[in-house]
Structures are given as C-alpha cells and as structure tokens.
Design a protein. Sequence first.
Length: 70
Amino acid sequence: MSEELLETSYSPATLQKQYCLDKAEARRLLTSFGSCQHEMDRLLAARGRTKLHRKREIHTPISSAPFGIG
C-alpha cells in the first residue's frame, strides 16, 4: 500500500467541526491545501488555530475576552 492510502484525511464536515470553521472556509482550505490530516493540522496550528484550545476559546464570554472587547 502506498503512504497516501495510509494517511488520515479530513472531509469538509470534520475539518469544520474540529477547528470551528464555517463551511466555506473548510472547503476553501481543503481545495487549496488538500485533505491530509497531518498537513492540515500543521497549517492551521501555524495560523493559530489548534484543536486543543479552540473550543474553549469559542465559549469565552465577551466580557472575558482580551483587549476590552464588549
């Protein structure tokens, strides 16, 4: 088997859920950079969107957001 078949890949729905992206952004990223999970995780981590902290960040109340937002 080739390495490509062994790699895990993202679908638009899984990428959207994993990184809290909207549908259009998930599709754009997959079209531009491919669906390889390892590479996409690295790309999004470099962009500041890691899987580990994103859900907690989304649920932060506006009153607790940095820089006095809200």
